[in-house]
Design a protein around this ligand. Structure first.
Ligand code: PLP
Length: 394
């Protein structure tokens, strides 16, 4: 027996790995372009951060720590957010989590019940949808418009607000489309949130992985609309496996006190986030090395190459990414007449070539007909991948 909650739980980004493992057994080389993990490629956790982790365990910091997070780390997060994004927050506004993933879990647990609604971007990072359903909520997707470089459709967002809406979630730079929302759109979303008295949840995990454009943090654009920001150490600090993140409450008019209190109770009920990773994170924030910038420069070359190749392949259309490490091409399913949908396409591509992407429908209804590929691998691997995709489609 298993609950309906778990029966219905899906996570396409890793569910496709089950198929990839079967294909590997046939002797085929697998190209894992499905998971957004820089550390499995040539972007390694900086030595001084790993050293700090090892020092922490040998110094005996192996006990349960404060449920809200190690106080020194909460202070460092405030300083870091101030220097990076010019946000004024206090250590009390910070909760250290086991990754942004746990932050989203906590927030949706605190906001949703009895089919109350949360507005999420469509296409959406899958856990926004899956965790919302898990908590008996109703995730409502507002459209990111592919015709308009995947920018959010503000009218669509406004039209989807109902009396049951509890919050608006934004994720810019966005997974899976790679769009960094235009500052005007972010301001418009903040205005709408203010009009309807809704908080904004801002998943900022890719805020430092941007290419041509400048990232503007929503909390710096808001005067009194409450914003709950989510960020962590997985991507910019190259420590995906450490499972460490944080949530900050930017709440100038104290509208979030009840929600914050509830989430803190949940944090106590799960004891604490990883203690030694928190001590290492203090070091990462105090001494930011060149690793993020180096990664972004390398990623830009990899994005340029991937985008160029995708544009040359007949039957695929692709909008360029100005942040993250994903591209989200559209498959002209009608032209090929070989696959019924994006999932069939991705599985067939995987079986024939070993190239493992993620089917777009795994990112909600607006993802249908697309697939997501990461451009994290080095250029040599990307060249092999795009040769394979090109041959496959020919
Ligand atoms: N949010 C987005 C948009 C992501 O793409 C990911 C991972 O790919 C996460 C959150 C997960 O972050 P973490 O490793 O901090 O749990």
């Amino acid at each position: 027996m298993v609950s309906r909650r778990l029966k219905d739980l899906e996570y396409a980004i890793r569910d496709i790995t089950v198929v990839a493992n079967e294909v590997r057994k046939t002797g085929k080389k697998i190209y894992h372009l499905n998971i957004g993990d820089p550390v499995i490629y040539d972007f390694k956790t900086p030595h001084y951060i790993s050293q700090a982790l090892s020092d922490a365990t040998f110094a005996g910091q192996n006990f349960y720590v404060d449920s809200l997070g190690v106080p020194e780390l909460r202070e460092e997060v405030c300083r870091y957010e101030k220097s990076k994004n010019d946000i004024d927050i206090e250590p009390d506004d910070i909760l250290i989590t086991s990754g942004v993933t746990e932050g989203i879990f906590f927030l949706l647990a605190g906001l949703l019940e009895n089919k109350s609604e949360i507005l999420v971007p469509g296409p959406a990072y899958p856990i926004y949808i899956n965790y919302a359903k898990f908590f008996d909520g109703n995730p409502i997707e507002y459209q990111l418009d592919e015709e308009n470089d995947w920018e959010p459709d503000i009218d669509d967002l406004r039209n989807k607000i109902t009396s049951k809406t509890t919050a608006i979630l934004i994720n810019s730079p966005n997974n899976p489309t790679g769009v960094l929302y235009d500052i005007k759109k972010v301001k418009e979303i903040i205005d709408i949130a203010g009009e309807y008295n809704l908080p904004i949840i801002s998943d900022e995990i890719y805020d430092q992985i941007v290419f041509e454009k400048h990232y503007d943090c929503p909390a710096t654009l808001s005067e009194d609309v409450p914003i709950i920001g989510l960020n962590g150490f997985s991507k910019a600090h190259l420590a995906t496996g450490w499972r460490l993140g944080y949530m900050y409450f930017f709440d100038p008019t104290s509208q979030l006190q009840e929600l914050k209190g509830g989430i803190e109770k949940m944090a106590r009920a799960r004891l604490c986030a990883n203690s030694i990773a928190q001590y290492a994170a203090i070091e990462a924030l105090k001494n930011p090395g060149p690793h993020t910038e180096t990664m972004v420069n390398n990623l830009k070359r990899r994005r340029d190459y991937s985008y160029k190749r995708l544009r040359q392949i007949e039957g695929l259309n692709c909008i360029n990414a100005n942040g993250t490490f994903y591209l989200f091409p559209k498959i002209q399913l009608g032209e090929f007449k070989r696959w019924k949908n994006d999932k069939e396409f991705v599985i067939d591509l995987l079986k024939e070539t070993g190239v493992c992407g993620v089917y777009g429908s795994g990112f909600g209804s607006y993802g249908k007909g697309h697939f997501r590929l990461t451009f994290l691998p080095d250029l040599k691997i990307l060249e092999e991948v795009y040769d394979l995709i090109e041959d496959f489609l020919q």
